[in-house]
Design a protein around this ligand. Structure first.
Ligand code: 2DT
Ligand code: MG
Length: 211
């Protein structure tokens, strides 16, 4: 295990397609929890600031090509390189609000046609989230919301495939769907309703994902 303290911070992960409102909601939740007096840090994956993150950024910006397997493993490695820092923060009592995690890794790669079980393996053993907030918004609604950008994957047809894979990854015990289809305040209140109990409760020691 990653540690034993019960006063640890909680790992809250936001997942969903592009334009589902994850980044906005991560920021609002972080601010709200801080106001409540919790120690909170916001993280996002991919973390484009590291060397691996630079390679991922070049791939997403269509400046570099990579085999599907290679980019998949780089995304996973980009999470692994954060594990020490994340466990230190969590065990030190800081709650982490994270924009995307292993589930995006699987969903975007499997949407290209890669084998889902193969895609899952590199992330086995990451710190398991205490809660995954899955932001639902249909590819149609997401594409109405704002123009998709220029990055790889930002296409309505592809996003619809990603959404389907996310649905397959849903794990009842610790996932919660939140509809992204409201005002930012409405969505925030739904998110806060899910998370506020967890951050104040005793979740036991950190666990490893899919082990
Ligand atoms: P952002 O727009 O959130 O920066 O994501 N992606 C993300 C993957 O393909 N695999 C992963 O493991 C992760 C975390 C989703 C940039 C794009 O990268 C995709 C969109
Ligand atoms: Mg994006």
């Amino acid at each position: 295990t990653y540690g034993k303290t019960s006063s640890r911070g909680k790992l809250i992960v936001f997942e969903g397609c592009d334009r589902s409102g994850k980044s906005t909601q991560c920021a609002m939740l972080t601010e709200r929890l801080r106001k409540d007096g919790h120690k909170v840090e916001q993280l996002k994956f991919p973390d484009r600031t590291t060397s691996i993150g630079h390679m991922i950024n070049n791939y997403l910006a269509n400046k570099e090509e990579q085999r599907d397997e290679v980019i998949h493993l780089l995304f996973s490695a980009n999470r692994w390189e954060s594990m020490q820092k994340m466990s230190n923060l969590l065990l030190g009592g800081t709650t982490l609000v994270v924009d995307r995690y292993a589930y995006s890794g699987i969903a975007y790669s499997a949407a290209k046609g890669m084998d889902l079980q193969w895609c899952r393996q590199p992330d086995v053993g990451l710190i398991k989230p205490d809660k995954v907030i899955f932001m639902t918004l249909s590819a149609d609604r997401a594409s109405e919301r704002a123009a998709f950008g220029e990055e790889r994957y930002e296409k309505k047809e592809f996003q619809a495939k990603v959404e389907k894979i996310f649905e397959q990854l849903f794990e009842k015990s610790y996932w919660q769907n939140v509809s992204g289809d409201g005002t930012v305040e409405e969505v925030h209140n739904d998110v806060y309703g899910v998370v506020s109990q967890i951050v104040s409760s005793d979740c036991g020691p950190l666990e490893k994902l899919w082990t």
